[in-house]
Each structure stands twice: as structure tokens, then as C-alpha cells.
Write a protein that binds this ligand. Sequence first.
Ligand code: GDG
Length: 498
Amino acid sequence: MTSPTHADYDFVVVSNRLPVDRVVDAAGTASWSRSPGGLVTALEPVMRSADGAWVGWAGQPDLEIEPFENEGIHIIPVPLSEYDIANFYEGFSNDTLWPLYHDVIAVPGYHRDWWENYVLVNQRFADATAGIAAQGAVVWVQDYQLQLVPRMLREARPDLTIGFFNHIPFPPYGIYSQLPWRTQIIEGLLGADVIGFQRVADAGNFSRAVRRLTNYATKNPAIEVAVPGQPTRRVIARSFPISIDAASFEELAREPRIQERAREIREGLGNPKTVMLGVDRLDYTKGIGHRLKAFGELLAEGRLNVEDVTMVQVANPSRERVAAYMQLRDEIELTVGRINGDFGTMSHQAVSYHHHGYPRDEMVALYLAADVLLVTALRDGMNLVAKEYVASRFDDDGVLVLSEFTGASDELKRALLVNPHDIDGLKDAIVQAIQMPAKERATRMRSLRRRVLENDVERWSSNFLQTLEQARKGRYDRIAPMALPDELEWTVDRRWSN
Ligand code: GDG
């Protein structure tokens, strides 16, 4: 570990969590391990070639750490206190914005002290970034926890080129308008030069919110931010669907030891004819309860038999101090217990439930072991699990059942698309997936794989950064408008200036 001697990075990523975790060994020695997310993988080459830095929180309260280097990335830690974690993070980010942006599946809490702390912590991230970015640097801010940072940063450092990417949906105005601080958030985001969303619909919802809450003119894909006494700025708001490091999933899946492990997993389950899989953070947006309900009814009606079909559910622990998540865990575990109690036999469990995370190797073995992957989210920005499953199935087998309320459903059209609220429809899709002939499975999977392997996370980040570069140069003519479905028409405001 070395501390950088200068503070002038040309490329800076800002996210709530740093891409490293602090691990303390038995002897009490602390070290840092890289968290294996796709975002880090995608940005690593850019980081290396552009002398990049990453600004974020190290994941533990009240940890004051000097900047350091980890495997070629300069790490700039921003401290959060217990109070910040309770108010900025668990409160405003995860109990106000998260439910609001996911169609109020849970009731958002609106608390002024949460908001005040959100402003304060966003300012801390903006100050940390302003202090280390080189003259004219490119800064890329990530996600809903930091929506005020673009504007705060622009005010401190007008020389910077600022991008923002929202990993979660942006809700329709009828829902967004509940937020007491709706205008401040819009103005915060508009500090960026380019605002990226997962879906065309999210960018459309954002532009409608801009029209309702400000006087700025909008014309796909741009917004003219006109403030009296200041030159008019142009902001791009468009979709950049995120993806995964697809080749690395395929590579792992091709390893004989992973395939052997997949066979072992099936054996351990009693070699059922069909293994169905769900992999999610234990979150109320993921529709885990809907999936269990559909499966339970199919068993009850005798359309499926517990000897033939096992459902594996990995429910990764998440946000365990937020009340809605504690309640969800109780509900899900009660349902799993009931289904197993009602339908399990001495040799076959109906649901194999796991409330913990697994290493990447085991995840890929699970993907290979699963005949059907169930993604039944009620609302999901993208859903990377769906893409990981597809990337791992180099054998062109396996069926993806995919909720139409995920960003992934815009791209993965040859999946079995479902409305998870429609339990009968979901049941039919599950049966169809189980009974699908091998030839149809292969045709569908080949088409899904083409899409995921071509549009990987590297392409996502380079598309975003190229757009940011065009915006920096003022080459707006080079930024194509989004192809809009009819229902998403952007109003061309008559005040538009060209
Ligand atoms: C947010 C948005 C958007 C899960 N369990 C284990 C494990 N995972 C990994 C998966 C996948 C990731 O976590 C989950 O990503 P998702 O996209 O499915 O969902 P969110 O966590 O809600 O992510 C989402 C995403 O941001 C990116 O923009 O797609 O819509 O909500 O990569 O594989 N990984 C390992 N063990 C586990 O047990 N190793």
C-alpha cells in the first residue's frame, strides 16, 4: 500500500461503496480485498490508463483512512459515522429513495432529518472529489445515493466533465412527485453533463419530471438548463443498459471442475428431473414471494411433483437493519417452511433455501445445474443475474423466465417474459419452461447469448464514456437520440433553441 503523493487524477469514479472490502485476519491485521463486481472489472482498464481514482465509503462506520492504492486503483475513502449510516444510507437512500424509485412496492419514509443528512453526506462526497480531481478531469458518479453530487461538484469545479449513472429505475412522475425534495434531486442530477439510465423508459420518466418541475426545454436526448445570468448548458439524459463481464462467466462455466460441481449439486438435491433456481438479494423488489406462491400452488394442484422438481433459492442477506427487510425475511422463511412442510418428502425437499452468499465459482455451478432460472422482480433496474445465467450457458441449454418489469427484459426478448403479479400466468410460464423441448430451449438460449455476449459491461462503460467525451467537446450532433416506443414520446418544447 502506498499513499499517492499528488492529488490530480484525470478520471474519478464516485460511488457510495468503494470497490474494496476491509478484511481483518485472526491476528488482527487489516488488509483490503477487491470486491468482484462488474463495474470494477469494466472500469479497471480505464482507471489504469487514465491515472484513475475511486472515491467512496469503505463499508464500516467511523473509519478514517488515508488514501491508498489497491491493485493499480487509487482509493479515496470517505468516512460515514453511525449517524450517517442510519440516516443517509439506511434511511434516505434505502428507505425513501429505494422504495419510491421501485414503484412504491414498500412505503417510502419521508423524514426531514434523513434528507438533511443526505445533503450533508452528498456534500462530503462532492468535496472529497473536488479536492482530488485534476483540472478538466472526467468524473463519473454512480447511483441513487449520490444524486446531489453532480450539481455540488459543478458548483465547486466548473472545469470538470461530470457523468452520472442511475443503476435503479427512475419512476413515473405520478410516483416521483411524492418526494418532498423532488426539485432539489432533479437540480442535483442536472449538474451532470450526461445522465445515464438503464431503460429508455427511465430516461423518459426523468425528462417528464424535468418538464413538470422546471422551465427547462427537453428534446430527446437533451435538456437545456437555462438559469438567468448563466450560459445555457446542455445535459444529455439517455439509456445505457448495463451488463456483465460475460466472457468471464462463460470461461468459468467451461472449466471441468465447475461442471463437476454442477453435477454434484444436482446429486445433492436427489437428482430431480428439473432444478429451478432463484438468486437474489433478499429484497422486496425481487418478487421472491410471488415465485414461491406460484411454485406452491403448482405442487398443491399436482401440476408439479416434488420428486420431479426442486427449487433452489439463494437469498443473499441485505439491508438487515431496515424494518421492511426484516419483515420480508420472516415472510419468505415462513412461506418456504410451509411449502417444505406441506410437500417435502424424506428424500426430496421442495425448496432448498439459502440465506447467505456464495463465491462466484459456486454461483456459476448453480447456473449450470439449473434447468430454469426464475427472475420474477416486481421492479428491477436491470437484473444482472438473468444476464449471468445466459452468459454461463455455453451449452445453449436452460430456460430463462424473466419479469417484464426488469430492465433486462428490454433486451432479452427470447426469454419467457412474465408479469409476476399474474400468478396464473407465472404458473403457466413455469410449466412451459419445464416442458420446453430441447430444440426450442437451444434456439432461445442462442439468441439470448448473442445479445449478452455482444453487449457486455465493457461496451456499456465505453458507450457511456464516449458520450461523455462528445458532451465535453460540445459535439451534441454526434449523440444519437434514443429510439422511442410510441408511449414515450418526448415533448419538443417550443422554447428549444435550435
Ligand atoms: C442493482 C440494481 C442492476 C447475488 N448473490 C450472490 C452474488 N450476487 C450477485 C449477482 C449479481 C449481483 O449480485 C446482483 O445484481 P442484480 O442486478 O441482480 O441486482 P441488485 O443487487 O439489486 O443491483 C439492478 C444492478 O444494480 C447493476 O446496475 O442490475 O437492477 O437493483 O451480479 O451475481 N454473487 C455472489 N454470491 C452470491 O451469493 N458471488
